[in-house]
Structure formats: C-alpha cells, structure tokens
Design a protein around this ligand. Sequence first.
Ligand code: FEO
Ligand code: CA
Ligand code: CA
Ligand code: CA
Length: 628
Amino acid sequence: MKDADHRNLSWDEWDEMRSPRPKVTDFDVVVEKALSRRGFLSGVLAFGSGAAVMGTGLLSGTSAEAQSATMRRFGFTPIDIQTDLSVHVPEGYSWNVLTSWGEPLFSDTPEFDHATGGTAESQARAVGENTDGMELFNVGGREVIAVNHEYANPETNLPLTTGEVLSAEDALKLKNAQGVAVFEVARGDNGYAVVKDSPFNRRITHDTPMRLEGPAAGHDLLKTSADPEGRTVLGTLNNCGAGKTPWGTYLTCEENFNGYFGSLEEGADVPAEFGRYGILSGPSRYAYEKFDARFDVTKEPNEPNRFGYIVEIDPADPESTPIKRTALGRFKHENAACTLTPDGRVVVYMGDDERGEFLYKFVSNGVYQAGGDTSGLLNEGTLYVAKFYEEGRGEWLALTEDATGMSAAEIAIFTRQAASKLGATTMDRPEWVAVNPHACQAYCALTNNKNRGIKPNAGGDATPAEGPNPREANEYGQIVRWFPENEDHAAIDFVWDLYVMAGNPDVHSDAYAGSPNVTSGNMFNSPDGMMFDSRGLLWIQTDGDDSNEGDFAGQGNNQMLVGDPVTGEIARFLTGPNGSEVTGLTWSSDKRTMFVGIQHPGGSFPSQTGLPRSSIVAVWRNDGAMIG
Ligand code: FEO
Ligand code: CA
Ligand code: CA
Ligand code: CA
C-alpha cells in the first residue's frame, strides 16, 4: 500500500476497505421491513421467542456483597477498566514479560534493535509479530510453547522504510515475522523465561515447506507450477487462533489468508470462486506479489486454494513437516477446539470469522487411542455446519457430496459455498470456540457484526437479526453456547442459549445494554479469544473498540475476563495496553502461571520507549496458588 494511513490498520479494517461487502440490495429493504414489523429491540422481543439468555437473577455485581461473592468464586477482586499503555492484574497477582516480538530464540542471533526492528535473517530466528493463539505442551517434563504470529504491522516491523515494502528483503522480513514460533520455557528465579538454543526452538514462516493431506490433497485446484502434484506447499498464512489435539500436537488456524494475494496487473480477472473469500487482483497488503510470483494470482491462480486450512504441527519434533488438514475445510479459520466423543472419535469445533459466515465441526471416522496411530485421524471424517432455530434448538448439517452436489475435494476447498447450499445460519463473526472440560457444552464468541440485519454475507445469504445473532448492526458481540444431545459432541441435534450479550448498560437501556450478567462493573465489547481452564471457568479475551467513548464509554482497553458457566457471573481479571488486543492464553503444566498474549500495543510496550512490541506476559498469584 502506498498510503501511509493504511499500514497499521487491523486486518478486519483493511480487508473491509479493500473488499467491501455488497451495498444495499433488495434484501436490505426486506429485512428493514421485517424488523420494523417485529418492533426490533424493544426489550424482551429482541432476544427472540425462545432464545434464552443466561444470567437472569444474578447479583448486580456492583454491591459490596456481590464483590465479595465474586472474590470467593474466582479468587480475586475484579479490577477497574484502564486506558494506559500497561498491563493490569488484580491485587495479589503479578505479571512480567515472557518474550516479545524480535527476541532471539538462538544465541547466535543479534539482540533486538529498536532502530531497525532487525533483519529478515534475524527475524527468521526470533519471536514473531502479533502473538495470537498459543498452547503449552509438556514434552517429557520439558515445557514447550507453540504460538501463532498472525500478521505484520509494517510501520512497526519496517521502521527504516516507515512501513513501505520496497525490496525482497523487506518482504522476506515480513514473511519471517509471521507464522508460528515453537520454543521451550523454564522457570527460574524470576519466573518463566525462554530457553535459548533449546532443541525444541523453531520458527515456521510463510516459506516453511508443509504437506497437504485429506480430501483436497492432489486435486487439480491445488496444483501449481512449483508443485504439479498438489501435495506440498510453502508456508502458513495469517495464523490466528489455535488448538491442541488429544495426542499433543498443535493446530494453527489460517484466517485472513486472502489479503496476501494480489497481482502486478491492476484489474486482472480472478476465478469467480475467489469472490466468496475476498481474494483480489491488484496490490496486496505486503506486496509479496512483487517479489515472489506465487503470490500473484494471475501467475499462480491455484496458490490461494492452498491456504485457509488448519495446520497440524508436532511441537516435540522440530524436524517434522507441518500438515495442512484439508478435511477440516477451507475458510477464515479462527481456532480449533478439540474434544472426544464418548466412543473416542475426535470432534473439532471451528469458527469462520467473517461477517455472516458460519460455525463448523469436524467429526473423525477413526477413534483416538492413547499411544495409537493418530496420523490419519484428521484426514477422514464428516464436516458439519451449524443451523440454529429460533426456539433454542439447532442441528448440524453434514456437508456431504449428496447434500451439496460437490465432490469431497470441492467441499474441502470451497467450504463456504458448500455450507451456503445447505442454508446454514449466518453468524456474527464466529471467533474462538471453547469446550467445557466438565460438562458437555461448547461456547463460541460472536465478536460483532455491523452488517447484521443490514447486508447479506459475501455469498448473498441473508443475515436477519434473529436466533443467536439477535441484534441489528451488532457492535458489542455475544457468546452462544450449545448442549449436544445425549452428551455426545458428535450428535446432530443440540440446544442453545446465549451465555452473555455484551453491551453498555450506562449508555443503553434496550438490548444494546447487554444481558443481565453485564454491568457497569464488568462490561466489555467484542469477545474473541476464549479458553476453559482445568477448573471449568471460562476465560474471555476481547478485541474491540478501546476508545472508551460513545457506545464504548466505560469499557476501557481490551481485557480478559473470567466467567462462571453455571451462574453466568463474569469478572474482569486483566487489562491490556491501549491499542492492543488481548489474545492467546495457556498455562504452565502446574497451572500456577498463566501466559497471555498482548497483540499490537498502541505505543511503546513493554519498554517505555522504542517500538511497540507484541508480547506474551506471564501472570501468577503472589502466594503461588494455582490459577487455572
Ligand atoms: Fe484473528 Fe478472527 O481473529
Ligand atoms: Ca481472534
Ligand atoms: Ca477479532
Ligand atoms: Ca487480532
């Protein structure tokens, strides 16, 4: 991009600017009429006839009695909002920085240089930018973290060119600042630190060789001049949320992969199927197409079909080849929440984070057995998409060849189109899914959707304000949860409700005030990252408007809260630096330390001067008790 204003936009802002969704259509008029007939947002009606909302009858959360009840349940006194450039945790807790963008993983790599932000070469052996989903693995008693590096902030990462990608070196540095980092951590006198030169340390970048497996592998649509077999690919793009398999591998999720592709020729035609995914010709965000022809859609039109998958990485084997699991579908993958059915099949819940896109699950054909062969478990199974009905029931629709009229490979490559054919429910940007380890239920953060009730999705599917997405022009978001029939995550039928509807009770008195478990004392917007801890508490991280003004007045910086799935109670635990998103969460093996991701702080962080650096912070209780 030439325009300096565009260099540090969020992905969502940038994508929306480059690939605007359809303008007002006949559909909009129909929706508008329907909404006015319903008296939309006039209190109870807005929640739909049967869409139960969790949290009625809760304590207000502001009285002294409520405060002490919260402290007993969660083990801390909730904190106030903040608007500064630091991290805050409750009294009795402490935090420090585990690592930051540019920190070398190997002792032969130069220390981070605030003047240059490092080189392409140093970046390939250092922690990446924009930390996101992460998991900690216990490998024979050693603790190994795998963490995503979602995207780049060129103005920060390329300070010498103030964000312009002027050379192959600049493009390579951005490629090396993204992907995944794997590194060992160990506890010392000052808490956890990265173990430099550990044999587990590894960087996976936009150029790391990986294998394609599952129904799409070897299909003509995946073949390129560099890979006539359609089975090997370089790199993983826009690694957002993550997941952990029962057999101890890491799942990294390719989200906004579309923005990495472009063409030198402006206005060049692209295949019709690209439209649904927002893949365009013309200049791309990081100008890769100028220096690496595979990112030019006029030269390698199949290359974009090789991204948008979930990639499995073995953190215990730094020599292993990452595998793109095409059976889990191709879309803007947020995270991958794994669980097992009573008979041992693997279920992976997955959100497609775009306005009006869908919620999915994969159920394996094979059964997981500890110590058994797990290499093919994520290659064969059934992909389902969620359909929610108003009255609090829902079902999973199987994306089969019969139902879609598409081949298994086509379903795996053009998953959005397959799901549209079945009439799946258009959602308010499904971000992370989390599965409760103590009850058969799963939660999905629906972060926000300004187009709800206003515009169809990119496939033309209607987005009426109803069911689990009940608010028009939804700027706050909500968390939906579902209870599978027969306590079996493979079941077709489920019952759902809304765990929370975020909102602002100081500004609104209608449905935009939020559900009853949202108060002046705990309010937030745009839930995104979500993880259950081992005790069955739900941690909620936000990626929203942190202006602390207007509709967001009193909500402060992005934050991390904890929710009780039984009572619906929600309490604020941590606030991030202004401008940052709080995303990514994992725990030490003994659950006495929590690792939290701070993505793209808005100013100098963690040091008081110099470049803003995405970081992972460690949080612990001063008395050494477990916190997860
Ligand atoms: Fe990368 Fe949807 O968050
Ligand atoms: Ca996210
Ligand atoms: Ca988000
Ligand atoms: Ca983000």
